[in-house]
Design a protein around this ligand. Sequence first.
Ligand code: THG
Length: 265
Amino acid sequence: LIIIGERINSTRAGIREAIKAKKPDFLIDEAKKQLACGAQFIDINCAMSATDEVQDIDWTVSVIQSALPGVSICLDSPNPLAIKRALEVYKAGGELFINSITAEEKRMADIAPLALKYDAKLIALTMGAEGMPNSAEDRFAVARSIMLKLSETGFDAKRLYFDPLIRPVSTEPEQAKEVLRSIPMIKSLGANTVCGLSNVSFGLPDRKVINSAFLAMALYAGLDAAILDPTEKQVMSVARASAAILSDDEYCAAYIGAFREGRLV
Ligand code: THG
């Protein structure tokens, strides 16, 4: 399981303010905290910033990687210009995710060559021309068409991560099950899967309980990566336990290590 730490996101007021005021310490601290809790990638999203996203992502990526050389980053933006700038600023050393493309031709044509050039893993939302998919079959169909188009560019399916787009169980009770059903279908294409976890619990109390239950089920279904808050102890405990149970943690070493560091609930 690849853990992508989601906390450096401009939808969060504290992050937005730190970027606006150009205060690096708060952002660096958020990155360090997430790495200490077991994140392998730091998601960076400046899309909600007050001024210019391209400049903001440039500054944020620079600040994070000068404090943490070799850190692996997930560049989170729908804007190819922001992705392009961030890739230019990024110094090789860690690994990269580009988050994300959709079935939209223009965005794919802009981003796929960049993912190839910078040897980045690529997240593709299973969002078709008709908008959000409903059934597992719809998600699979969008994933297959994205993969066909990408394979023309020479992009390797092993570096591709499809996000089947979770919706809140509070308002769309059938959707989580459809996402779970779509995971093995999408993986049969030879690609990987990723989820932004927290949407599933939107509108419900004690969201971490729903998030962790969904994560356990998604991991059993074959989920390869998750975008989540790694400082959330319960969610990370269930992630560790699930990896041990699914034989994705040799000798349960990560689980035992997390216990020894007092990181399990
Ligand atoms: N899939 C992909 N990328 C994604 C998402 C996804 N990137 C963004 C998002 N979803 C995942 N990242 C976050 C980051 C922060 C928060 C939620 C998701 C967050 N949310 C607060 C909340 O829900 O209570 C609201 C913000 C605040 O006011 O603090 O913190 O699904 N590929």
